[in-house]
Design a protein around this ligand. Structure first.
Ligand SMILES: *Cc1c(COP(=O)(O)O)cnc(C)c1O
Length: 369
């Protein structure tokens, strides 16, 4: 059905995923920003997010939020990467709320909001040790909060937030997240009112909701991975979430060659097309299928220690890939694959990110389970 390579998006499964996470978060007072940057804010997916009535729909890129606004998305739009000074005009125009960590940028937002005769909400980022974005000292954070509160007319301080698990790969423990909660109370003391949002991170923080170990003051999470493909916490951190679909997004590619070949290259080997010297294991003659996709489509072949794309047929396996070809071992396949057949894959986050960024990949939206 359709042309290949192809991504199938099962909107029913996606909406069920959103509902499962939303109800668990809401039950402990947490609202969600649904993060769609991992699918390049695909409109079909973003509309599904919109229908589920989340607090925000978020992306790191303002051009994506612009597309969402123009597509008529009703949910308030959140920009989750500190903007460039050169894009403040669009930030005001196309986002309702943004994460901020530089006074200079915040001052420009105030000026631009004045120019456009509008207002803008901000969440100040507090770095509690992951060492990507955010104010690093509580005094600095508090000074920024007071500045907005007391001397800015167009910017409303909506809350504070943090990001974890991106650079420092920090575990969002109860103790770590409590540092954010305490910072929120410190800022509230300084400005003399309660903050609307205390935004406790991304998918890696969500598991504290499952553990029942989320500090009470955290009332907002920015979630992408878990809503879309729900693999990281289940396959890498050992959480079981039988209520989640890991196959709401499926990648499909077409077989262009099937042959029996030895598992060892014949002759002296040099470097492969990525500058590496590969190591081969002699597994005798193998039956191999070549599919018409490669790293030019889905990015790096590896995601940690696993392949970035995982065949849904468990009797076959990815062997390797170059830019435009992926080699699949079908020696033990239960099905009789032939040229022209397709092979389906689950995708890890990086593969999803690359695939959705490619115009050449067909998207198929389905509804059945
Ligand atoms: C990407 C991102 C998120 C969402 O991360 P997931 O792991 O997909 O849940 C949240 N916050 C910020 C600041 C991000 O950049």
């Amino acid at each position: 059905m359709g042309t290949y390579p192809q991504i199938e998006i099962n909107l029913t499964k996606l909406k069920e995923n959103i509902q499962q996470i939303k109800s668990r978060c809401n039950a402990c007072g947490i609202n969600i920003a649904g993060v769609v940057k991992g699918v390049w804010s695909d409109i079909g997916i973003s509309k599904a997010f919109d229908e589920k009535d989340l607090e925000h729909i978020a992306s790191s890129r303002i051009d994506q939020l612009r597309e969402l606004k123009e597509a008529g998305i009703k949910t308030p739009l959140m920009l989750i990467r500190t903007p460039m000074l050169s894009e403040i005009d669009e930030v005001i125009r196309y986002s309702d709320i943004s994460l901020q960590s530089e006074i200079q940028v915040i001052e420009e937002i105030e000026r631009e909001a004045q120019r456009q005769n509008t207002t803008h909400d901000v969440i100040l980022m507090y770095d509690i040790g992951d060492l990507r974005e955010g104010f690093f000292q509580i005094e600095e954070l508090t000074r920024a909060a007071i500045l907005i509160e007391n001397s800015m007319e167009r910017i409303k301080l909506a809350g504070i937030g943090t990001n974890l698990g991106c650079y420092g790969a920090l575990d969002p423990t109860y103790e770590k997240l409590s540092e954010l909660a305490e910072a929120a109370e410190h800022v509230e003391g300084a400005i003399g009112r309660r903050l609307k949002y205390v935004s406790g991170g991304s998918t890696s923080s969500f598991v504290r909701v499952l553990d029942g170990k989320m500090p009470e003051r955290i009332n907002h999470l920015r979630l992408g991975e878990i809503l879309l493909i729900s693999k990281d916490q289940q396959l890498l951190r050992g959480y079981t979430m039988p209520f989640m679909h890991t196959d709401a997004i499926t990648f499909r590619a077409e077989i262009i060659e099937i042959k029996e070949k030895p598992s060892l290259p014949q002759g002296d080997s040099v470097l492969d097309s990525f500058g590496n010297r590969p190591v081969f294991e002699d597994k005798g003659i193998m039956k191999r299928a070549l599919i018409a996709v490669g790293q030019a489509d889905y990015g790096s072949l590896m995601y940690g220690n696993t392949h970035a794309i995982i065949p849904t047929d468990e009797s076959i396996e990815v062997i390797s890939a170059s830019s435009d070809h992926t080699i699949i071992n079908i020696t033990n396949a239960e099905k009789a694959y032939k040229v022209g057949d397709t092979i389906s894959f689950k995708v890890w986050y990086t593969a999803m990110l690359h695939l959705f960024g490619k115009k050449s990949i067909e998207k198929l939206y389905t509804k059945s389970i």
